[in-house]
Design a protein. Structure first.
Lengths: 446, 580
């Protein structure tokens, strides 16, 4: 029998007792056929490939990452905590050397969940990758992390959480936002003032197939990744680019997925979307597992595959070639602050310069509208203090204050006093403090 | 009267017993080159006190199939394999007459690619040319749809001259999903088929000669159950590695186990550790390995470590260790009374137990000498060495047990309910058997800090277990109401079901088919012992509308014994217990 070239830990948690609603794409049945396929292939009997039970994320794991209003229990169910816990288990496996690579095959997904959470958007409540990244930083001393999001939908949640973080490189490959939810993720969106060029969006035209994805990987993702030099590379492995997916329009195949995975060599992969549960997921997941383990995946072929029908139109290759010429520039020579600031402005408040932007966010799954003002204290010695004012159709005025990892004494002091003042000034219904400097996470008002 | 014979690695044990207790027992050395002779000798030993007419049943646990595989006396098998999409069929090549054929069935049981009958015929022809007489036909997802396996079966031709002597179809091995295991299991079943059937013929002939022609003969399986010899002739692979199961079932017959418990069978070279949950032995999640090949053969979860009465004591730096090497029998066993030990004699765990006064086995003086000499070489006091050796053995057994329990508790689960509220196994009692059981009882009780029991007759618990083990069987049912089909792979039973078919119907059908199957084999099975182990039903949704249900049910006759020997009023089989 064969042996894995890279040992692989798979956290397979299909949550067979949880769904958003009985006929929702995110339902009990979603990973059933994937589990059947992996078992029938005898994947876990292969030397070096093992299955692990997920842990459960705790309150602190989430509150280190998100502002949850009104509180964690109101926005995340147990299944979300298990999905996030599965990612943490994946990270621990790799960090403790129990496996060289890990794949968290968990549900529900998380990449549409932003820094502030009032409910569910795009089937996501808490950002399971972000919870994992902050766990890696808090417990394993990692700092520089790269996330390559290959889900067909723009990973707007992950982008939002790391918008101001120069130590997290976020690259999203997705179907062009002009044609698909959530309608964002354009090249001009390339990070906040302190992290310009650390968010790279690669919008792909509908109909992009294996060659198009490989072109974007080879010409955009890999050179940037190489230069960035991440300590940990994470793949948000959504599988809705598959040609059979019912809610998207791409032409990627199981072979394409496996090749992409092989090229990327991510340390940890996390399942995101993907709703062609019979025709795609069993084969794509098998392809990803084999590819991550360094095993031969050439026999993996989905039943509906037709090389002619699922080929990519030549115009797409031309369009992509031009796009791939310009995108790496965003990383290697990011635009100047003034050019990149179309979504915000700099304001002077109590003796400091703040970058301020307003956001209106719609939570499609739960039908919530949120209005948000995010302010970042521009600081030369650290990432800067973050303050978020938020109000939604579900919650009145809420305040979130984050003293970032590696905060300078000035930002730390200012954050603490700002949070204290907010308590006494009584203007907010809910407040939350993420104090990464002292590893303290507090909430008030409930 | 029930007869049990356990052909073990060193000894062949036999007992005859009924509800009033043990009537006869026999122990002979196992001759690995002639297992039949060992069985005959054990039978003859029993028949010196028990009249043949009183015997109604013989249960046989044998290492025959295992030996055949280890010694390479198996025969060539023609493997006809339909691997479909996924990992390449060539990666699983088990033997030289291995033919990977075109064709594909998916996870729902839909035929994706048809079988090429010309290719199959050519493969069968090439096997025949090579002199192959037994065939295994295995397809990926054949447990969802056996179409390809059945077609190949037809093409191989009828049993007998010109066709094949035996054919194993993958789906008949059970409904579990695991194609490589299905392949290996079918292969080994074919490979030992002839050896096993020749042995079965010989045993039946012996029984006739000894006046036992009328007895029901069952064969032990590794999962703590038996199956009739007629059935074993078709599925000999199931008889593999039944030894540890015989011992575990022996403990059930001797003790009234109701809690989560640890069972320790301390032998000469190894200690077998088994775990009971709520008084039931745990069955291995997947199946045993034969050589380096994982299979679908169900087995009780038994973990072996290299510590036994004959394990050598060693000193490494400051630490005293026991095992895993066995350098020979203990000094207590091999030195004649009155003789001196060899100066380089290596003492064993049994010698250490003799020294600390835990037992008085064989030549105690020889044990003392050997331990004293060995201790002197390492500048330790002999008492200290003996005590530390026993403690080290108890510690190693405790550690391995803890790891086994952790492994059981860390087994993946697939629902939030099981993950967050699933029951954790926490043993509350320890049952010990095997040669050094009494001597190791106190050290183990101190280490485990649990209620510890050594049953009487612990020395022949394996044969008692063999004698009293009941028939077991298990099957899986798979139904897809969108397609309107229900399929029980192990029985090759496929029928149409209405769209309204639900989980309750499936559970009922599974149990009924299981009981009917047993009665067809001429086995009486109490319906109370039949249980559903696993039952799930998933709504299948397509384009936002529910299109049907995907139902999976597993059921079994749970392992157990015909009757127990504990709590007899005459105290003949009472237990010795020590509380904390």
């Amino acid at each position: 029998m064969h042996e894995a070239k890279h040992s692989l830990g798979v956290i397979l948690f299909p949550a067979f007792d949880w769904s958003i609603s009985p006929t929702h794409p995110e339902r009990e049945e979603r990973l059933l056929y994937t589990q059947d396929q992996l078992k029938e292939e005898g994947l876990f009997d292969i030397e070096g490939v093992d299955e692990y039970k997920p842990g459960v994320a705790g309150r602190e794991d989430v509150e280190r990452t998100h502002f949850c209003f009104p509180e964690l229990e109101a926005v995340a169910t147990r299944s979300h905590l298990v999905a996030a816990g599965g990612c943490i288990t994946a990270a621990d496996l790799v960090m403790q050397g129990k496996a060289q690579k890990a794949f968290a095959l968990v549900r529900p997904p998380g990449h549409h969940a932003m820094k502030v959470v009032h409910g569910s958007r795009g089937f996501c409540n808490i950002n399971i990758e972000a919870v994992m990244i902050e766990h890696l930083r808090e417990h394993h001393g990692k700092r520089r992390i790269a996330v390559v999001d290959t889900d067909c939908h723009h990973g707007d949640g992950t982008q939002d959480i790391y918008w101001h973080d120069p130590d997290v490189l976020f690259i999203s490959l997705h179907q062009d936002g002009r044609t698909l939810y959530p309608g964002t993720g354009f090249p001009k969106d390339c990070g906040g003032p302190g992290a310009l060029g650390r968010t790279i969006n690669v919008p792909l035209p509908p109909g992009t197939g294996d060659e198009g994805y490989m072109m974007a990987m080879e010409r955009v993702v890999m050179p940037i990744l190489k230069d960035f030099g991440a300590e940990v590379v994470i793949n948000s492995a959504g599988q809705d680019n598959h040609f059979t997916d019912p809610i998207t329009n791409m032409n990627l195949t199981a072979q394409g997925y496996a090749r992409l995975t092989e090229l990327l060599q991510a340390d940890i992969a996390v399942l995101e979307g993907g709703y062609s549960i019979q025709g795609a997921l069993p084969y794509v997941n098998l392809g990803i597992c084999l590819s991550m383990a360094g095993l031969d995946y050439s026999g993996v072929r989905e039943p509906g595959f037709d090389a002619v029908r699922h080929g990519q139109r030549p115009q797409i290759a031309e369009y992509l070639a031009k796009l791939c010429d310009t995108l790496p520039e965003l990383y290697f020579n990011p635009p100047s602050l003034s050019e990149a600031m179309q979504d915000g402005k700099i304001e002077k408040q109590d003796g400091g310069e703040w970058f301020v932007r307003h956001k209106d966010i719609y939570y499609d799954t739960d039908g919530i509208s949120e209005a948000q003002t995010e302010s970042l204290l521009l600081c030369d010695s650290c990432r800067g203090l973050l303050k978020v004012l938020s109000r939604s159709t579900r919650n009145p005025d809420c305040l979130g204050v984050e003293i970032p990892l590696g905060a300078c004494p000035r930002c730390r002091e200012k954050g603490l006093s700002m949070y204290e003042e907010a308590q006494s000034r009584d203007g907010y219904r809910y407040t939350q403090l993420i104090n990464r400097a002292d590893r303290k996470y507090e909430r008030h008002g409930f | 009267m029930y007869l049990g014979i356990d052909v073990g690695g060193t000894h062949t044990d036999a007992v005859a017993l009924d509800e009033s207790g043990i009537a006869a027992q026999a122990k002979v050395k196992t001759d690995h080159n002639d297992l039949l002779a060992s069985v005959n000798a054990a039978l003859e030993g029993i028949l010196t006190t028990v009249p043949p007419g009183e015997v109604t049943q013989l249960n046989l646990s044998t290492t025959l199939s295992t030996n055949a595989i280890v010694q390479g006396t198996t025969e060539d098998v023609g493997m006809l394999v339909v691997a479909g999409t996924g990992i390449h069929a060539g990666d699983f090549m088990l033997c030289k007459d291995y033919h990977a054929l075109a064709g594909s069935i998916d996870h729902r049981g839909s035929e994706i690619e048809r079988l090429d009958t010309d290719e199959v015929k050519a493969a069968v022809e090439s096997c025949r040319k090579a002199g192959v007489k037994v065939f295994g036909c295995v397809g990926k997802f054949s447990t969802r749809n056996p179409l390809h396996e059945n077609t190949i079966r037809q093409l191989v031709g009828p049993l007998g001259e010109g066709g094949a002597d035996a054919v194993t179809l993958g789906h008949e091995l059970g409904g579990r999903l695991n194609f490589p295991r299905r392949l290996a299991t079918a292969y080994f079943n074919c490979a030992v088929w002839r050896v096993f059937n020749q042995f079965a013929d010989a045993v039946e002939k012996s029984l006739g000669r000894l006046g036992l022609g009328h007895v029901r003969v069952n064969t032990l399986k590794a999962d703590g159950g038996t199956f009739p010899l007629a059935q074993a002739r078709k599925m000999p692979v199931q008889s593999i590695f039944s030894g540890p199961a015989a011992s575990v079932m022996g403990i059930i017959a001797l003790c009234d186990i109701t809690h989560d418990s640890v069972i320790l069978d301390i032998g000469g070279t190894t200690t077998d550790i088994a775990i009971f949950v709520d008084g039931q032995p745990l069955v291995e999640h997947d199946g045993i390995h034969i050589g380096s090949h994982p299979t679908l053969v169900r087995a009780l979860k038994v973990h072996s470590i290299g510590i036994g009465g004959d394990s050598a004591i060693s000193v490494l730096g400051e630490a005293v260790r026991v095992g895993p090497n066995r350098l020979g029998p203990s000094q207590a066993d091999c030195v004649e009374p009155g003789c001196a030990c060899a100066s380089d004699a290596r003492p064993t765990l049994l010698d250490a137990l003799n020294c600390i006064g835990a037992c008085a086995h064989g030549n105690v003086e020889a044990s003392r000498q050997a331990v004293a000499q060995f201790a002197a070489c390492h500048s330790i006091g002999p008492d200290v060495l003996a005590r530390q050796a026993v403690e080290a053995a108890a510690e190693a057994i405790h550690k391995a047990t803890r790891e086994l329990v952790d492994e059981i508790n860390d087994k993946p689960v697939y629902t939030i309910h099981e993950l967050l509220e699933g029951r954790r196994v926490a043993p509350r009692r320890v049952y010990i058997m095997g040669g050094p059981a009494f001597a190791m009882k106190e050290p183990l009780r101190q280490r485990f800090e649990l209620f510890t029991v050594v049953p009487e007759h612990a020395g022949v618990a394996n044969a008692i277990g063999a004698a009293l083990t009941r028939n077991t069987a298990s099957l899986e049912l798979f139904a897809d109401t969108e397609r309107g089909v229900m399929f029980i792979p192990a029985l090759g039973h496929r029928e149409n079901v209405p769209r309204s078919y639900n989980l309750k119907d499936a559970e009922r059908d599974a149990l009924n088919h299981l009981l009917a199957h047993l009665s067809e084999m001429g086995v009486f099975a109490d319906a109370d012992n039949a249980q559903v182990n696993h039952a799930t039903s998933f709504n299948m949704v397509s384009d936002g509308a529910t299109t049907g249900r995907n139902i999976r049910v597993k059921c079994q006759i749970k392992p157990g014994v015909a009757f127990t020997l504990n709590g007899r009023p005459n105290g003949q089989t009472g237990q010795t217990r020590t509380g904390r």
